[in-house]
Design a protein around this ligand. Sequence first.
Ligand code: GLY
Length: 442
Amino acid sequence: MPNILLIGNGAREHALAEAITRSEQKPQLFSFMKTNNPGIASLSEKIKLGSYADLDAITEFAAENKIEFAVIGPEDPLNNGVADALSKINIPSAGPTKSLARLETSKSFTRNLVKKYNIPGNPQFRVFTTINGVEAFLNELEGIVLKPDGLTGGKGVQVQGDHFETKKDALKLCEQILAGGSSLIVEEKFDGEEFSLQCLCDGKTVVATPLVQDHKRRFDGDKGPNTGGMGSYSLPDHSMPFLKPKDLEDGLEITRQVAAALLKETGSPYKGVMYGGFIATKNGAKLLEYNARFGDPEAMNILPLLKTDFVEVCRHIIAGKLDKLKIEFEHKATVCKYVVPKGYGLPADHPDAASSKTKIEVGDVGKARLYYSSVDQKEDGLYLSSSRAIGIVGIADDLAQARKIAEEGVNAVKGPVAYREDIGTEALIQKRIDHMKKIRKD
Ligand code: GLY
C-alpha cells in the first residue's frame, strides 16, 4: 500500500484526492493543506494544516509518514520549491521543481524560452523593467495584452477591449504594473477562442488529456470581472467543436517542443503537468500561457474520466517512463459549474459582497459529483469564504445531459450563492463556433 502525499486544499486537489484513492493499489493519502477541505480530509488517512511556504513542516510530515511520492496541486507550493525540498529527502514529486515551475511563475521566462528555441505560438511581445520604450511598442500593436511577470491567481492579465480601451489607458496600466515592482510583458492580442490543453510530461514524453474550455468571466455571457474560473466543459470526442484538428496538433507540438527546450535550458526533466492555455486563431493555435499544474476547474473535467490508474500515471511521470503506459480517458461529456459566494469577484462595497462567511446547506446533489473548494467546515456546518466554494460536475454521454446533472447538483446548494447558468449550453458553444467561422472566413 503506497503512502502518497497530496499538497493543496482546493476543488482541483479534491479531484486529485479522488483520483489517487480510486487506485487499485489502495494507497493511503496524506494531505497537507492550507485550510481544511472536508472532501480531501474525508479521503485522507491523515491531514496536516500549514503554510505552503513552510518547507520544514511539509518535509517533516512527508518523512514521518513514509511517503512514496508527492502530488503537488497548486502553483504556490511549486513556486516555493516544495518539490526541491522533498527531493532532498529522497521523496519524488509529480510536480516540477521551482526552476522548472518558472514555466508558470515567470511569464517572461516562458516567452523568452519559446523565442530562443524557435518554437511557434508566441505573439509579438516585449519584456520591460522600466517605462522606457513602452509607448513606442504599444504603438506598434493593433490589440494589446499586459501581464505582470509573476503569479497573479489568474487575475493579473489586462486585455484591451475587456479591461481597458485606449493606448493611453494601456500606458497608465503599464506604469502601475511597473510601480508595483514587477516586470511587465506587453503582448499582441490574438482574436480567437481559448482552450485548455493539460498535458502530462515526464521530461521527454508529452501526453495530451481531453481538451477543456474554462469560463473566466464572472457572469453569464462572458461578462464581468475575470475570476479563477467559473466552470468548464469537455466533450466525448476529447476536442472542442470550434477547433480544427490542426489546432490541437499545434498545441501538442508546441508543448512537446517546450518540454524539450526546458530540458536543454535547465538540464533537468520537467515532471508534472504542462497546462497550456491556447487560443485558436485564423492562423492556428497560439500560446497564451503555461501553468505548471492541472487547471482549476479543468482538473474536475478530466480526472474523473481517467481510466488508467492515476498512481501508475504519477509513477511513470516520476520514472520518466510515460511512453510505456497507455493512458486512457472515458469518452463522455463533462460540465463543471462552480458555486461561488454571490459577492465573489465584486467590489467590497457591493451589496452582495457580504455573502462570504455565511453558512450554506448542501442537499442531495443527485448524480453530480461534488468537489469542495474554499469552504470552512465548522462544528455547526459549512461556511462560505470569499472565494469559489464548490465545484459541481455532471458527467454523461452527451453535453446536454451532463449540463442537466450539473444544474441539478448546483441547485442543491442553498445559501447566498451564485453560478453561471450558461456554461455547457448549446447557445454559448454555438457563439464560439460562429466566432471562429467569422475570423477564419470559413
Ligand atoms: N482555469 C484557470 C487556471 O487553473 O489557472
